[in-house]
Design a protein around this ligand. Structure first.
Ligand code: GLY
Length: 563
């Protein structure tokens, strides 16, 4: 086997690294480094980079490329996302590689004959934004990486070229999207066995993707945004009526941003700024909740679920009202949204005995997929990376670029539907997040890092569309307020409220019948769901000098790998 091509290691990866584990009631503990992702082979790729002397950014980049092969529903080169770095020394920094709208995008592009057309918004080539992942990972590596770029892409090439065993989880997932994959010949070729679904244990080989990854390994972003890969993307766009041109690809630039910061019970909270709403809404909720003693109220008591729900309701209303791409919305009230004073004002509007009413009552959120994937990495020096990236829906647009082997995102669906809808449907057409040339669509991704007394404390994040923000909130509250170890914090049942629709969605069996009754008495509508999110988290116990990695058993392939 080639040195950096761990193709068939996937099945035995749990044994092949010194310390690695599936989710359990205890976290995986290791001293020198930790990688947690949604696929065990990708976590292994990352920890091997740490073994070789790479830092957290190196490991995150290698893990992300590996996920583009072994976790194709959200791991990607054809999508975008956010990387948050808290270096052991120096200031935290956020890399924004969110997709951009092509130059020909307009605020009304999702309307046909004046009416909203969901298909144009969420499906097909029109829904694909200009991908950001390759440029974003490269920029983070260029500024902080230590190992050669080629070394970091090499494991992904090996996994794509030699194949990896399909897991039960992946087989089930591919079966779910089979009808949509079959619509596109290149998708059918890449992710089915001549039209039949892959079974667990089959080898999934992706030769075209391997060729694309080799171009990226050799040339960096030029191997994606120029030359053969760009030509193949544009050819597909021209064939199927997509908007992305060679000029759009050449113009794509990732952005370095200053993270949003908050304080929560003595913890420094560092998270993703706009164009993600994640960090802002998270800090707003924490600021509201800090005014009460959640620990004393008790985990999942009716009183605490009520209070947390009311904080969620208010933060999500502000998200819809105010947030979008900062480069197109210079006047977003960020200082106010993140301030303790504003949180105090909001807290005063919460009646502990009565649910507020969300309005306008006619408002419906545009669909936002619950896919996406998150990975967390900490190295020996305690550099920490939280990286969340996505294709938007699972497998994005479901369209594989012929000859290039990777899926295109359908991230344009994260823009608001259109200005014409504002009057009747409340805030759905709010200005800050309407499509426009070069604009980044609003996200909910919330890669987040907590520090305490100057030392790293927690790295976390999750997929889940709008539920991401609340999933990350729960993980933090579970650790800080309820004193759980990070694995318990990840395992604990979650719930979600997003202002509208006005309903608490809770993981089945996650709230007791008594609690449900007390919440209903306060006026809450409640709905059980399957699962919420797939957290990948790492805690640092400063006193013991030990890292604790928590993979989420809600997705069976998730794994922590440590050294
Ligand atoms: N597409 C999911 C997100 O950006 O949050």
């Amino acid at each position: 086997m080639r040195p950096h091509a761990p193709a068939l290691l996937a099945a035995v990866s749990i044994l092949a690294v010194p310390v690695a584990a599936r989710a359990g009631s205890q976290p995986l503990r290791a001293k020198h480094g930790m990688v947690v992702s949604q696929q065990f082979a990708a976590s292994q790729v990352g920890v091997e980079v740490l073994w070789e002397g790479g830092n957290a950014v190196d490991a995150a980049v290698a893990t992300a490329f590996a996920l583009a092969v072994v976790h194709p529903s959200a791991g990607n080169v054809g999508g975008g996302g956010f990387l948050l770095l808290r270096p052991a020394k120096g200031e935290p920094i956020a890399y924004d590689f969110r997709e951009t709208a092509p130059a020909r995008a307009t605020p009304t592009m999702f309307l046909s004959e004046g009416r909203y057309d969901k298909e144009r918004h969420h499906e097909g080539l029109l829904s694909a934004g200009v991908p950001g992942t390759v440029a974003g990972l490269h920029l983070a590596w260029k500024e902080h990486g230590t190992l050669p770029w080629k070394r970091l892409v090499a494991p992904a090439i090996g996994l794509a070229e030699e194949g990896f065993p399909v897991t039960e989880e992946l087989a089930r997932d591919l079966r779910r999207v089979l009808p949509e994959l079959l619509k596109h010949p290149a998708s059918r070729a890449a992710f089915t066995r001549e039209g039949k679904p892959y079974e667990a244990g089959d080898l999934l080989v992706q030769k075209d993707l391997a060729s694309t990854l080799k171009r990226i390994a050799d040339k960096g972003p030029a191997g994606f945004y120029e030359g053969e890969t760009a030509r193949l993307i544009v050819k597909e766009m021209e064939r199927g009526g997509g908007l992305v041109t060679q000029a759009d690809l050449a113009a794509y630039r990732p952005k370095v941003r200053i993270p949003v910061r908050g304080q929560y019970r003595g913890h420094d909270v560092i998270s993703m700024p706009p164009p993600s709403s994640g960090g802002t809404a998270l800090i707003q909720m924490l600021n509201i909740l800090e005014q009460d003693d959640l620990g004393a109220m008790g985990f999942r008591s009716a009183a605490s679920v009520h209070l947390i729900t009311e904080a969620m309701r208010r933060a999500f209303a502000d998200r819809a009202r105010h947030l979008g791409d900062p480069d197109h919305n210079p006047d977003m009230p960020m200082t106010r949204l993140l301030s303790k004073d504003y949180a105090r004002e909001l807290r005063r509007t919460i009646d502990p005995q009565r649910a507020s009413v969300s309005s306008p009552s006619s408002f419906e959120w545009p669909a936002e997929s619950e896919e996406t994937t998150h990975l967390s990495v900490v190295d020996d020096q305690r550099n920490a990376v939280a990286l969340t990236y996505t294709l938007e829906a699972g497998y994005g647009s479901k369209i594989v670029v012929p000859g290039a082997g990777f899926l295109l995102n359908n991230e344009m669906g994260d823009f608001n539907a259109g200005p014409g809808l504002t009057d009747e449907k409340g805030l759905i057409g709010t200005e800050p997040n309407l499509a426009a040339p070069g604009k980044r669509m609003l996200s909910s991704m919330a890669p987040t890092i907590l520090a305490k007394d100057g030392a790293l404390r927690l790295v976390t994040g999750s997929p889940g569309g709008r539920t991401i923000i609340n999933t990350v909130l729960h993980t933090i509250l579970n650790v800080v307020d309820h004193g759980m170890n990070v694995q318990e914090a990840v395992d604990a049942p979650r719930f979600h409220h997003q202002w509208l629709p006005d309903v608490i969605r809770y993981e089945r069996h996650g709230l007791s019948p008594d609690t449900l009754a007390l919440l209903a008495e306060r006026g809450h509508r409640l709905e059980p769901i399957g699962i919420q999110g797939v957290v990948a988290a790492i805690a640092f116990d400063r006193e013991k000098g030990v890292l604790e990695g928590a993979a989420d058993r809600r997705w069976a392939d998730s794994a922590a790998a440590g050294r």
